[in-house]
Design a protein around this ligand. Structure first.
Ligand code: PLP
Length: 376
């Protein structure tokens, strides 16, 4: 650290220069985050100092968090859901399995996740010392129920379904997983970190939430398609017993117990999530999702004309394209200013069509991609 302070103007100019090195979202087709809604940014600034680690001191912010949980519970058909606003999908997945592990209290527990599960489940295995078994996928890249069934043994405590896989935007057959969980007396966690703010607003209907009796817990992130500020993940449990199982005593705080993974927590992120949920309402999110889906389908139509096919028909605003020499195409796109990513199996080009993308830049992107694939 420098010995003497630096004047504000100098600090600001250093920061501006560094911010200039960040990639603007308009060029990014690889991320599940986006610019936050302006109302979220305003609320964030207003609650900048609020610490939900000691909620007794911030009664208004604590009320807001309960209200966000209630709104999310309503969205996922369980207004009585219990939970809290985490730092994102990773923390939600860790805490969901943490709660399930504590509820079952078994010596060598295991859970079964789809092979398509986000890498946060590798962290679950490492941190919680729960074996994470990976079930095969069908040719449509959903989890294969018979593979899940085959992996269940006496030490299995829970299964996981993904509603909106990171790589393909596919939705696992959550209804079948729910039936299996009920029949086998297992917990079912639904990772809807991305899909949670897409699926309820699609024209098609998918069963993926607490309507299904086997669903124990869900993750759904305001900081992805929820249009809110990083960090904000939603973790919901069907009933309060799971949160109770995460409780530790907090003798010197304004409350006597804490169930969250972090101690000090951002009230600003929670206020931002509240502001954007309240402001957009279901209709606002429907508009955003409709637009992202139009862009996704429009892009697919354009690339199909050039003979490029998707690996699966897009279910949500994730488009995975089967192109020859993925690495070369990716690097040539980068030379033209576009950041895209890849999927592992099959190895293909992955595009996430987030709200920051427009018809104009999708057309430019389609021109570049078709040109690269046709002429190298
Ligand atoms: N689960 C799914 C399905 C995801 O797509 C992601 C991130 O993309 C996560 C969990 C992890 O979320 P985060 O990066 O917010 O921790």
């Amino acid at each position: 650290m420098n010995t003497h302070g630096t004047d504000e103007k100098t600090v600001e100019s250093i920061l501006s220069e560094l911010k200039g090195r960040d990639t603007p979202y308009e060029c990014i087709l690889s991320s599940m985050c986006t610019y936050p809604h302006p109302i979220a940014a305003k609320a964030h600034r207003q609650f900048i100092e609020a610490n939900l680690g000691d909620p007794g001191l911030f009664a208004g912010t604590a009320w807001i968090e309960r209200e966000v949980v209630r709104m999310l519970g309503g969205l996922y058909n369980n207004p009585d859901a219990h939970g809290y606003i985490t730092t994102g999908g990773t923390e939600s997945n860790i805490q969901a399995i943490h709660a399930i592990r504590n509820a079952r209290n078994m010596r060598e527990p295991n859970i079964i996740v789809p092979a398509s599960a986000h890498f946060s489940f590798d962290k679950v295995a490492d941190i919680l010392r729960v074996e994470v078994k990976k079930a095969d996928l069908t040719h449509e890249l959903m989890v294969d129920i018979s593979s899940v069934e085959d992996l269940i043994d006496d030490n299995t405590i829970g299964i996981v379904g993904i509603a909106g896989t990171t790589e393909f935007g596919q939705i696992d057959p959550i209804k079948n997983l729910s039936d299996l969980a009920m029949a086998s007396n297992l917990f079912l966690h639904v990772d809807a970190a991305f899909g949670g703010f897409v699926i309820p607003f699609l024209q098609e209907n998918y069963e993926f939430d607490f309507t299904l009796p086997g669903v124990t817990s869900m993750a759904a992130d305001p900081h992805k398609m929820g249009f809110s500020i990083i960090p904000a993940g939603g973790l919901l449990f069907r009933d309060p017993s799971y949160m109770d199982g995460l409780s530790v005593d907090t003798p010197y705080l304004s409350v006597t117990a804490q169930q969250t993974l972090s101690g000090t927590r951002s009230g600003a992120s929670v206020a931002a999530a509240y502001a954007v949920l309240k402001h957009l309402g279901r209709e606002g999110y429907e508009r955003i999702v409709r637009r992202c889906m139009e862009l996704t389908r429009g892009l697919l139509e354009r690339v199909r004309e050039a003979g490029i096919e998707p690996v699966i028909e897009p279910v949500m605003n994730v488009l995975v394209l089967d192109v020859p020499d993925v690495d070369l195409v990716r690097s040539k796109l980068k030379d033209r200013g576009w950041i895209v990513s890849i999927t592992r199996d099959p190895y293909a080009l992955r595009l996430v069509i987030m709200p920051h993308l427009t018809h104009e830049n999708m057309n430019l992107f389609a021109d570049d991609l078709c040109n690269i694939v046709s002429h190298g």
